[in-house]
Design a binder for this molecule. Structure first.
Ligand SMILES: Nc1nc2c(ncn2[C@@H]2O[C@H](COP(=O)(O)OP(=O)(O)O)[C@@H](O)[C@H]2O)c(=O)[nH]1
Ligand SMILES: [Mg+2]
Length: 441
């Protein structure tokens, strides 16, 4: 997610890390680069400008905390400001309140898919969803929703041949009542451009349904265009929030970072893939952490908890927190992540791993890593620092790999540990300020 932006920001901060003291010029130079990175990520021009201004004021006006380097302090300020940019003056609270939920947006932005994903999340949160097909323009849209409903085993309400959406809505409300469904998710038609006819149809729906939420679904890959579209829809319908889809693709970050500031409406959910599990509650803090390569430990642990033993996850979280991670954990972490699906999705969430492109392990590579770790003695796994040249060549022979491969693995491992140490320091500083990204919940 947002790889290029993330890389650029991290390299700016890496340069700052060397300074014992920051001068006005250091800060100004760094922030100029940050600004370029934001603009290249297609962040709204004015949003980027204000962001830099605020960050500069804070960076220059603040006392340097003794526990962190000035460079780290700037990262913290940028992190705070990114969070503020995405959350506005009110923190976004995930809500799965029963009632009527309407998805609106242009053609192809991901409305129908999001309806399915949201229904799944609703069911997980104890709701009884009913999907309602209100895209009457294309019969295929009804089929698509019904297919999703079948996969999810969630009922879908449709009236084939009915062109009047308000009529469909009325019948859907009655059906929900008799089937005791408490949360209705309405899929609507899209257009290539927002037009009056579409708006009128949606307004009629809104007035009838008095929705709990009316969410604008926007394709993050389209950058500022997504933000403009959101503004238009919001003007016409007064939406309650935004679902940003396709954040897994080559979205550059511009939409995610400008949406709140430009429209004043919160991003509530993020679509991060085509599968029905790929909808997340949008947490500005996590997103900022990912962008800055600080890892998203809470997110990882949450995902992990769903996929494997909760106890295992807790242990991992604790180890990350007290930084006693050893090679055994490293291996089991890699194995567990493999269970969780495509590694790339998760790498960005693990501290330090966002920076390790070499770790995109295929099956056969994972087997080799496994073989290497298994050829070590217990002592060696727990205290890799004792691995001298002769031990390394024994391990290479034992695992049928090469010394170079053993060295690579150890290098990656120590990089990860170092990153964790850095993070630990920053977290302590954050905690003193009243807490920002936390490792432990
Ligand atoms: N990669 C990715 N694809 C998505 C996401 N959300 C939707 N899509 C894809 O976008 C296409 C259009 O989605 P659809 O729900 O039919 O859009 P609609 O016209 O607004 O109803 C489909 O191929 C979806 O699989 C997402 O978060 N990530
Ligand atoms: Mg659709």
């Amino acid at each position: 997610m947002f790889e290029s932006l993330s890389e650029k920001l991290q390299s700016v901060f890496k340069n700052l890390r060397g300074y014992g003291k920051l001068t006005e010029k250091n800060v100004a130079d760094a922030l100029r680069e940050v600004r370029v990175a934001l603009l290249e990520a297609d962040v709204n021009y004015k949003v980027a400008k204000d962001f830099i201004e605020r960050t500069k004021q804070r960076a220059l006006g603040q006392e340097v905390l003794s526990s962190v380097t000035p460079g780290q302090q700037i990262v913290m300020i940028v992190h705070d400001e990114l969070v503020a940019l995405m959350s506005g003056d009110q923190p976004v609270k995930p809500s799965f309140t029963a009632g009527n939920w309407i998805m609106v947006g242009l053609h192809g932005c991901g409305k129908t898919t999001t309806c399915g994903k949201l229904a799944k999340l609703m069911a997980k949160n104890g709701r009884k969803p009913l999907l309602v097909a209100c895209d009457v323009n294309r019969p295929a849209a009804i089929d698509q929703l019904e297919t999703l409903g079948k996969q999810l085993q969630i009922p879908v309400f449709s009236v084939r041949g009915e062109k009047d959406v308000t009529e469909i809505c009325r019948q859907a409300l009655a059906a929900a009542e008799s089937q005791r469904r408490d949360t209705l998710i309405f899929d609507t038609a899209g257009r290539l451009h927002i037009d009056e006819e579409l708006v009128q149809e949606l307004v009629r729906m809104r007035d009838l349904l008095k929705p709990q939420e009316i969410l604008l679904v926007a394709d993050a890959a389209t950058g500022q265009e997504a933000v403009n579209i959101a503004e238009h829809f919001d003007k016409a319908l007064n939406v309650t929030g935004i679902v940003l889809t396709k954040l897994d693709g080559d979205a550059r970050g511009g939409a995610a970072l400008s949406m709140r500031a430009v429209t004043g409406k919160p991003i509530k959910f993020a679509g991060v893939g085509e599968k029905l599990d790929d909808l997340e509650t949008f947490f500005p803090e996590r997103m900022a952490g990912r962008i800055l390569g600080m890892g998203d430990v809470v997110g990882l642990v949450e995902k992990a908890q769903e996929a494997f033993d909760a106890k295992e996850a807790e242990k991992l979280q604790q180890k990350i927190a007290d930084r006693s991670l050893n090679l055994e954990d490293f291996l089991s972490q890699l194995q567990q992540m493999k269970k969780l699906g495509p590694l790339e999705n998760l790498l960005g969430m693990v501290p330090g791993m966002g920076k390790m492109p070499d770790l995109s392990l295929g099956d056969s590579q994972l087997k080799r890593v496994e073989a290497i770790v298994q050829s070590m003695t217990r002592e060696e796994r727990r205290r890799p620092e004792i691995l001298n040249a002769s031990r390394r060549s024994r391990i290479a022979r034992g695992s049928g790999t090469s010394v170079a491969e053993v060295n690579d693995l150890l290098k990656q491992f120590s990089m990860m540990k170092r990153m964790m140490k850095d993070m630990g320091k920053m977290q302590k500083a954050f905690a003193r300020k009243g807490g920002m990204p936390k490792l432990a919940r």
